[in-house]
Design a binder for this molecule. Structure first.
Ligand SMILES: [Zn+2]
Length: 98
């Protein structure tokens, strides 16, 4: 959202009026939906690599998915419980060292 505020603040009056019109007509929503759909269909979005063992999986094969982070959310998918546990232990060690 912060990035969007920066973009909006950098726009001219004319550009803002054009975006306002696009929002009112629903063009912006359609554009965002189209972009999200194309990202979700891409191979790189659907093919996951287990960060612990490097195993390649597709969305259905990922047995555990971890979403972590506060401001910036990170998502990691794991092929098994052992890989998830190893990753969490690694995070714990990193946390203790900071
Ligand atoms: Zn793994």
């Amino acid at each position: 959202m912060n990035q969007l505020v920066k973009i909006i603040n950098s726009l001219t009056y004319k550009e803002l009026k054009a975006i306002q019109k696009d929002l009112a007509e629903g063009n912006m929503g359609r554009l965002i939906a189209k972009k999200i759909s194309s990202i979700e269909k891409s191979a790189s979005f659907n093919d996951k690599t287990c960060p612990t063992c490097g195993n390649k999986m597709n969305e259905n094969e990922a047995r555990y998915t971890l979403i972590f982070g506060s401001e910036i959310k990170k998502k990691a998918s794991f092929c098994g419980h052992d890989c998830l546990t190893f990753f969490i232990n690694k995070l714990k060690v990193q946390h203790l060292n900071h």
